[in-house]
Ligand binder design. Sequence first.
Ligand SMILES: C[S@@+](CC[C@H](N)C(=O)[O-])C[C@H]1O[C@@H](n2cnc3c(N)ncnc32)[C@H](O)[C@@H]1O
Length: 218
Amino acid sequence: MSKENKKTLEVYKEKAHLYLANSVEHDKLDPKRAKQKREKLEKLITSKFSSLSEHAKVFEIGSGDGSNAKFIQSLGFDVTASDTADDFIKATQNQGLKTIKFNALEDSFPEKYSAVFCWRVFVHFTKEDALNIIQKVYDTLNDNGIFIFNAINRDFKNLDNEWVDFEGEYHMGAKRYYDYFSQSDLDNIIQKTKFKIEDFHKDGGNNNNKWLVYVLRK
Ligand SMILES: C[S@@+](CC[C@H](N)C(=O)[O-])C[C@H]1O[C@@H](n2cnc3c(N)ncnc32)[C@H](O)[C@@H]1O
């Protein structure tokens, strides 16, 4: 586990309640855009998970407020949400979601899964962390299992990494580490594992190039 990720998790541990409150406020600034983003994500999840069997086991890494896990559960899957910050864990448990305290870079997955979902979490991973987690997810997936994740595109930011506390948007009163990945960074990392890239696209931002979205198949 990188020192960057470790320090960032300390920020979430202390201040996840602020993140939860501010993200709600942020969505209120532009409800139409927030709704569009949610609908797009739910469409992706629905279509990519359509190959899973009924009640298949799905694990979410870094669930945050739990809205993604809640949606995955609504599709009939057996979801385990997870995070490291107690306030996030409480937020997901309050929605009736099975939730565990889980550091993706340090802890072992409790069981095997048909799918793993990891949304807006690679932003806090160094390149080494990314290889570590992709390999770990490969090992925990059943044959033919799916891993969906996204990362911020280095070309969108024109920056390798930064410590930042965003103004307004997700303001937390402390800096978190953000790492930005080029498509070739991630392709090279994925190539070191046995995953096949089933689907890749860019999404978000004004030019649909903010996020690199990967669907990997074991
Ligand atoms: C920007 S938030 C995204 C939350 C949620 N996935 C979403 O899309 O709304 C980043 C999340 O990654 C989690 N995270 C970062 N590093 C992690 C690690 N090593 N293990 C587990 N969760 C981690 C944080 O606790 C936080 O919930």
